[in-house]
Design a protein around this ligand. Structure first.
Ligand code: NDP
Length: 300
């Protein structure tokens, strides 16, 4: 099997390089790749890449993810998050290839307190959410063999992340204020990559092909927390164990979203119902603390 991975150096892309490798020949690109175009703003180049490589599977982990900046760069965000995925869908369809793509709980308006199901009506609050929703729609319209995973609050060991920022601040400051009215599940890039590989194996299995499993799935760790709960968990974990660190912040104060004004509005309710994913692929979503603790063990 030939696999084309786009966005190989993002949080999820990096983990996909690991999880997809045993499935076949993996060609992993980023926007700076020389041999083939992996730049999602170069639609012509991107189409040529697919036409020359003729992959059996395209996995698009590239995205415009700067949520606040997207408010002032809507056209660029739209090209990367909607036009390019739409084009990949058309090219995949021509080849009969599968296309895997990632989307976000930001397609919803964050109202209510229940977990969002795939059948709920999207209503994005910001430019990023609008462009991601348009990307989903273009894929669904143009490609029959597609898997779209909507996720939330992604972190990875590599590079910066919320947990690392909280730990640094908790060592520097005696008092931290953290948002306590946005609810979701921190989801590891590792989990996203591993579930992607399981799902791809199922839908593309030569003995048990499952075209009927195409579509949109919610993919997040189980359980829920707020950013405040997440920060507290991280700090308490870091205080324990052999590599315990000295925490200055005795006080982690919960504050509402309004305490941290941002250019883009954020949904308050980011809970995702993962029943469809678990039932279709026979998987169990682990509690969010499991992945976060692993990430901390690797980081500390
Ligand atoms: P990252 O921001 O870590 O990675 C995105 C990657 O896309 C980066 O490597 C970036 O490259 C690349 N990229 C941006 N613009 C282009 C372009 N024009 N051409 C090629 N590559 C480009 O994101 P994640 O790994 O966290 O996100 C993966 C997916 O999950 C995305 O679809 C995202 O929308 C979705 N998601 C993410 C969430 C999160 O909390 N992070 C939450 C919900 C969904 P460079 O570094 O060079 O800019």
């Amino acid at each position: 099997m030939k696999i084309l991975l786009l966005g190989k150096n993002g949080q999820v892309g990096w983990e996909l390089q690991r999880s997809l490798a045993p499935l076949g020949e993996l060609i992993a690109l980023d926007r700076h790749s020389q041999d083939f175009c992996g730049d999602l703003t170069n639609l012509r180049g991107l189409a040529q890449t697919v036409q020359i490589l003729r992959p059996d599977l395209i996995v698009n982990a590239a995205a415009y993810t700067a949520v606040d900046k997207a408010e002032s760069e809507p056209e660029l965000a739209r090209v990367v998050n909607a036009s390019a995925p739409g084009l990949l869908a058309l090219e995949a369809q021509k080849l009969g290839a599968w296309l895997v793509h990632y989307s976000t709980d930001y397609v919803f308006d964050g109202s209510g307190t229940g977990p969002w199901a795939e059948t709920d009506v999207p209503a994005p609050l910001n430019v990023y959410g609008h462009t991601k929703l348009e990307g989903e729609q273009r894929i669904v319209e143009n490609c029959s063999n597609q898997l779209i995973f909507r996720t939330s609050w992604v972190y990875s060991t590599r590079g910066g992340n919320f947990a690392k920022t909280m730990l640094r601040l908790a060592q520097e400051r005696e008092r931290l204020t953290v948002i306590d009215d946005q609810v979701g599940a921190p989801t590891g890039a590792e989990l996203l990559a591993d579930v992607t590989t399981h799902a791809v194996r199922q839908v593309m299995s030569p003995v048990r092909q499952r075209p009927q499993d195409a579509g949109i799935y919610h993919l997040a760790a189980s359980g829920q927390t707020t950013w405040h709960g997440y920060a507290n968990h991280v700090i308490r974990q870091a205080e324990r164990g052999v590599n315990a660190i000295e925490i200055a912040a005795k006080n982690v104060v919960p504050v509402p979203t309004s305490a941290f004004p941002t250019l883009a509005r954020r949904p308050l309710n980011s809970r995702l119902n993962t029943d469809r994913l678990q039932a279709t692929f026979g998987l169990t979503m682990p509690p969010w603390e499991l992945g976060v603790n692993r990430m901390l063990a690797e980081t500390l």
